[in-house]
Design a protein around this ligand. Structure first.
Ligand code: SIN
Ligand code: CO
Length: 381
């Protein structure tokens, strides 16, 4: 179990003073930190077809990037390269545990857990992210330089590498196992490995208006929503047929605002959209369904775990009416089991005592049965 050890500030003070405002180095943010996964295991995961991985090298001043899956690493030297794996939380239960201490930030904001292994002088190069990142140093050491936000010229150091021109550091520090560097979006940064080292980044994201509008438009097309036309039965004559007057401009704008104002529609879209998995899930549907009695029995003895990377959220306004969102879909359930569903959305691992009051509830058993069959939740070994 990983636990955050903020000594200079509380989590509330961190959000007030640093979150989305300025970078900060949290020395020993994880005390007695040990890598949840080895470099060899990481290299093995990057050989899998479904995993998104990159190998980044700098040879004689020239940057290159290759995309996985990789078959071998034998052609690589001892220095100057790093292997980066996205969404490690989907592939390693042990590594996914590193996300848990960050639940003081709501997880609709979570992007993924990224891991990297780097050899001496290995780096992904100086760059700017659009995400808030907590870079947690694992074994080995890296030197991190972080510049101030503001105008920075970006350029393609390689077709797959957007770099930033040199910057003056406001943080320049060598990180050791357990140190955490928080970097908000827009601050240029570069980490260079000093020896063979591991690093784990917990990233938080938001969406641009254009991606939200585009996804909302797709959602409306798929669900045949928003098909109403403007109606203007009270139209008056105009002397300027070439003009779009103020009333008409408002009418057109209002047409779109009405769609956004439809909370039932917009919630259904938002819940579905925010629970879509960004990376492939390691789904193993449970083919031999448990009987109701078996589920009740196992639930009373075993933790219930959520599949790594699966997103499950609810809106505070509608969960008590029996609505939640799981993996891109709206899911309806008997409103009386809402407290148990909240537990399953708030915790990736639900302890037996938390679910004990629900083990005899038929609606809850049916809900669990469906989720187990889909491979979205599973019982701990
Ligand atoms: C890395 O771990 O090498 C890169 C992390 C980052 O810069 O966001
Ligand atoms: Co970065």
């Amino acid at each position: 179990m990983f636990q955050l050890n903020f000594t200079e500030f509380t989590q509330e003070e961190f959000l007030r003073d640093y979150w989305q405002k300025k970078p900060v180095l949290i020395r020993q943010g994880f005390k007695n930190f040990e890598d949840p996964i080895s470099a060899d295991e990481l290299a093995g995961i990057a050989c899998e077809e479904q995993v998104q991985s990159r190998l980044i090298q700098k040879t004689e001043g020239k940057w290159t990037a290759e995309f996985g899956p990789f078959e071998s690493y034998e052609h690589l030297g001892e220095n100057d390269w790093s292997l980066v794996i996205q969404a490690l939380d989907n592939w390693s239960e042990e590594a996914a545990q590193m996300i848990e201490p960050f639940r003081f930030i709501p997880h609709w904001r979570l992007d993924d857990l990224m891991a990297s292994f780097a050899t001496p002088n290995g780096s992904v190069g100086p760059h700017i992210d659009l995400y808030d990142t907590f870079i947690c140093q694992g074994s080995g050491n890296r030197r991190w330089r972080v510049g101030n936000n503001g105008e920075h010229k970006q350029f393609a150091a390689h077709s797959a590498l957007l770099h930033v021109e040199s910057f003056d550091p406001i943080i320049d520090a060598e990180l050791s196992a357990g140190d955490i560097l928080y970097i908000p979006p827009g601050f240029p940064h570069e980490g260079v490995s000093l020896n063979n080292s591991m690093s784990f980044s917990i990233g938080f994201r938001t969406n641009s208006s254009v991606s939200l509008f585009s996804a909302f438009a797709d959602y409306m097309i798929d669900n045949e929503e928003g098909t109403e036309l403007i109606e203007d039965p009270h139209r008056k004559t105009t002397k300027h047929s070439g003009a779009i007057d103020r009333d008409d401009y408002d009418l057109i704008k209002q047409q779109l605002l009405n769609v956004l104002d439809n909370d039932e529609l917009f919630r259904k879209f938002t819940g579905s959209y925010l629970t879509q998995a960004k990376h492939e899930l390691d789904l193993i549907p449970n083919e031999e369904p448990y009987t109701d009695d078996e589920i009740a029995e196992i639930l009373s003895q075993t933790q219930l775990k959520r599949l790594g990377g699966l997103r499950a959220f609810y809106f505070t306004e509608t969960v008590d009416d029996g609505v939640c969102y799981i993996n891109g879909e709206q899911v309806l359930f008997n409103a009386e089991i809402a407290p148990a569903i909240k537990l399953m959305c708030d915790n990736v691992c639900v302890e037996t005592d938390m679910l004990a009051p629900w083990c005899g509830n038929q609606s809850f058993i049916k809900f669990i049965q469906q989720q187990l069959a889909l491979g979205y939740w599973y019982f701990a070994e």
